[in-house]
Design a binder for this molecule. Structure first.
Ligand SMILES: Cc1cc2nc3c(=O)[nH]c(=O)nc-3n(C[C@H](O)[C@H](O)[C@H](O)COP(=O)(O)O)c2cc1C
Length: 328
């Protein structure tokens, strides 16, 4: 396990997945603090970047020293995708970091994206997928990676073919989410197809899907022989999963911090979100993030309701303090 991308070496190959509305700078930092080696931004529209949409530019901008991190873009036009990559790599704000890689989204199942021929729809159009990868690789000064699913549906599991196309056209790494587009996010995950991709290409292969515990991670590694693991929902409210997996791989024991410490981490994340985006934008997203940190704990439902009605960071703080004092 582990791989190299450009000049960067990943000892374990533990990645935080791109998640729209979730893997913002604050969450990426939290996950790195807890053991993730590499993160990916939320997906950014290539077209919007070309139109200089300020919101998209913010999504694609890494903070100073924020590494390793890939910027993920989506789109369906090779020239637009290539132009977006040139903008990302050339027009970096002073103080921001050059990304480690550009990741191409070929897995998003959302109807709005797919109906434009983007995201996982590209798995139905391997020729265009290849053209996009080639066009982006031709202009990108940094490695280009591709995130795919196992296929469009059960009768079209073409991840192996697509991975071959990605490799031929210059991709430096491929990540396979072990579900088809039709399966969306439902279990189970298909490790056999990921294993077949790993056997078929010589670039690093990262496995993704359904990793919620260190045992899940070890099983995925064993079943696929992949070079790295990408975690999405398992890290929400539990960024310590990365440390847990590292410990399991090293044969060490791991102790989850107590609830109070976990909530300190969560509140630090919320503070960073507010610094980055301002209270108005950050608070609705922060409510969701905080709910994951308290999920399954006694009193979490009532606390979630209070969080949903709260309007300021100060209220957040007092709700979290009440939650920690519950039952005293
Ligand atoms: C809220 C949410 C947002 C997501 N956004 C993206 C995205 O922007 N780009 C992408 O490639 N995948 C996205 N995904 C898919 C994840 O990266 C990942 O492939 C999927 O959730 C399976 O991994 P998991 O079982 O560990 O959650 C998203 C998933 C979730 C739950």
């Amino acid at each position: 396990m582990g791989f190299r991308l450009g000049n960067t070496e990943f000892r374990y190959g533990l990645l935080l997945a791109p998640m729209a509305g979730v893997s913002d700078r604050a969450f990426r930092q939290t996950c790195v603090d807890c053991g993730a080696e590499y993160t990916v931004t939320e997906m950014v529209s290539a077209k919007a970047l070309c139109y200089r949409d300020a919101g998209s530019e913010r999504l694609a901008a890494l903070s100073e020293g924020e590494l390793p991190c890939a910027v993920q873009i989506f789109g369906h036009e090779p020239e637009i995708m290539a132009e977006a990559v040139q903008r990302i790599c050339r027009e970096i704000d002073p103080g921001a970091s050059m990304p480690t890689a550009i990741d191409l989204n070929m897995g998003c199942p959302v109807r709005k994206i797919v109906s434009n021929g983007e995201g996982s729809a590209l798995m139905k159009n391997p020729a265009l997928a290849g053209e996009i990868i080639r066009a982006v690789c031709a202009v990108s000064p940094i490695p280009v990676t591709v995130k795919i699913r196992t296929g469009w549906n059960d009768s079209s599991r073409n991840a192996v073919a697509l991975a071959g196309i990605a490799e031929e056209n210059g991709a430096a790494m491929i990540c396979v989410h072990g579900r088809t587009r039709e399966e969306m996010y439902a279990p189970p995950v298909d490790p056999e197809t990921i294993a077949a991709v790993k056997r078929a290409v010589s670039i690093p292969v990262v496995a993704n899907g359904g990793i919620f515990s260190a045992d899940d991670a070890l099983r995925m590694l064993e079943q696929t022989n992949c070079d790295g693991l990408m975690i999405a929902r398992g890290a929400m409210g539990n960024p310590w999963l990365f440390g847990q997996i590292r410990a399991a791989l090293d044969g060490r024991s791991f102790e989850l911090p107590p609830l109070e410490k976990r909530l300190e981490t969560a509140m630090r994340q919320v503070e960073r979100m507010i610094l980055d985006k301002g209270e108005r934008v950050a608070l609705p997203e922060a409510r969701r993030q905080l709910s994951y940190y308290i999920k399954g704990e006694r009193g979490s439902a009532e606390t979630r309701d209070r969080l949903n009605r709260s309007l300021t960071m100060e209220e957040f703080r007092s709700i979290v303090a009440d939650f920690l004092r519950r039952g005293e």
